[in-house]
Design a protein around this ligand. Structure first.
Ligand SMILES: [Zn+2]
Length: 63
């Protein structure tokens, strides 16, 4: 497995992380990449923010 991935692949993995449990190697790849790449750090934050928004929406709907 390649240690370095393109931003496109990392962004896809970060999105998938919300839907499935990633392999340990996949999580490691994200962590290393995010450490050196500002763009993917921003994307990760964005995905986390969106998920929080989704959860808030789900809670709202559940009431
Ligand atoms: Zn990147």
């Amino acid at each position: 497995m390649k240690a370095l991935r393109t931003c496109r692949e990392i962004a896809a993995l970060i999105s998938e992380r919300e839907d499935r449990t990633l392999k340990l190697s996949e999580r490691a790849v994200i962590r290393v990449h995010v450490f050196i790449c500002r763009r993917c750090t921003a994307w990760e934050k964005h995905v986390k923010f969106m998920r929080q928004g989704m959860n808030a929406w789900k809670n709202y709907r559940g009431d």
